[in-house]
Design a protein around this ligand. Structure first.
Ligand code: 3PG
Length: 394
């Protein structure tokens, strides 16, 4: 794939697909991370004399115009992040888009309306892709986090114009390559979260790629059940026990060591501050549930991390959203941050809840790379081809 360095930008109108699908409450952006992350691409294009025209989706309006899902609501946050005037276009194709682009002066940023207001976006309709391509001279995809969607603005449009990856896309792809493509070994993957059933493909792919797989959160309980360990009232998918055993078998063949909790924090209620005790993993009372991994488990994990060169993390180790059941996630995340800072470990994390958990642990800033992607990060960890990335290959 090409980068911004490989395309001529001076005097060009540059269509940049970004992912500014940010959390919003009452019409205000509550976390502007994704907006801040596109700034290097915007600055690079402006500095080289290009006019920046942003294409983006927001939420899931399903091909209809839904006013609450208008990108107009992020204009203020975009102006704050870029320090530039933002000209909003009422549509992502046609006269309204052209008028906004014509109205933009040097250094202004054009933001076009939600691409998903058109049914053709999710259908990857060539007519919509052509309509967008007709607005500019160059296409840049900076939306790694939307690259798992084969949509008109992420896939169809690529190749209709000179095409390149933006700076954020470039950084995401390089980080992921370093973590799983051709990583320094040993490689550890930490996978947590509630359910095995949503992460089957991911676990199946990882055991063939990594040296150590740490399984935490609710999904660890399913693996414990698969090994005949009683987990009381814990969240566990008992019907997935056979599948869990298959994954364990596959790991053995591939030479991947699986790490499950050896001690656990149990409680009778799922609520913050619930009375709890730490017991051996084989001693979960019948009326209790496992809500976190225990300190012995964490100490073991830290040893594994200390021996590793690369670590990839997706999902919390316990019920991190309620205290004190965030303890294992926090301690493990802080160990990764410390080892990364010391220079011995490359650490990459991504996917939904993960970033929130690492932020809450105060550990995110010291990771080598934190992906902006949720679903795309997972699909990539599953070993799937991402259509938005494939389209960049031309
Ligand atoms: C995301 O938030 O993960 C991306 O913006 C993709 O959104 P989607 O799941 O609605 O396609």
């Amino acid at each position: 794939w090409k980068t911004l360095d490989d395309v001529a930008l001076a005097g060009k109108t540059v269509l940049v697909r970004v992912d500014i699908n940010v959390p919003m409450e009452g019409g205000r952006v509550t976390d502007a991370t994704r907006i801040e992350k596109i700034v290097p691409t915007v600055e690079d294009i402006v500095a080289r004399g290009g006019k920046v025209v942003l294409l983006a989706h927001f939420d899931r309006p399903k091909g209809k115009v839904v006013p609450e899902m208008s990108l107009r609501h992020v204009v203020g946050a975009l102006e704050a992040a870029t320090g530039r005037k933002v000209i909003f276009g009422e549509d992502c194709v046609g006269d309204a888009a052209r008028a906004a682009i014509a109205a933009a002066g040097a250094g202004d940023v054009v933001l076009l309306e939600n691409t998903r207001f058109h049914a053709g976006e999710e259908k990857n309709d060539p007519a919509l892709a052509q309509g967008m391509a007709a607005l500019g001279d160059v296409y840049v995809n900076d939306a790694f986090s939307a690259a798992h969607r084969a949509h008109a603005s992420t896939a169809g449009i690529a190749g209709l114009l000179p095409t390149a990856a933006g700076r954020l896309m470039e950084a995401e792809l390089r980080a992921l390559e370093a973590a799983l493509g051709s990583p320094a070994r040993p490689v550890v993957a930490v996978v947590g979260g509630a359910k095995v059933s949503t992460k089957l493909d991911l676990l199946g792919n990882l055991v063939t790629k990594v040296d150590h797989l740490v399984i935490g959160g609710g999904m660890a309980n399913t693996f414990l059940v698969a090994q005949g360990i009683e987990v009381g009232k814990s969240l566990a998918e008992r019907d997935m026990a056979d599948t869990a055993r298959e994954i364990l078998g596959k790991a053995k063949v591939a030479g991947c060591t699986i790490h499950l909790p050896v001690d656990v924090v149990v409680a009778r209620e799922f609520k913050a501050g619930a009375a709890n005790e730490t017991v051996a993993v084989t001693a979960c009372p019948a009326d209790a549930m496992i809500l976190d991994a225990g300190p012995q488990t964490v100490a073991g994990l830290v040893k594994v991390f200390e021996g590793a060169k690369t670590l990839i993390w997706n999902g919390p180790l316990g019920a991190f959203e309620i205290e004190p059941f965030n303890a294992a996630t926090n301690a493990a995340a802080q160990a990764v941050a410390r080892l990364t800072k010391a220079g011995g470990l490359i650490s990459v994390a991504g996917g939904g809840d993960t970033v929130a958990a690492l932020n809450a642990a105060g550990a995110a800033a010291d990771f080598t790379f934190i992906s902006t992607a949720g679903g795309a990060f997972l699909e990539w960890m599953e070993g799937k081809d991402l259509p938005g990335v494939a389209a960049l290959m031309g």
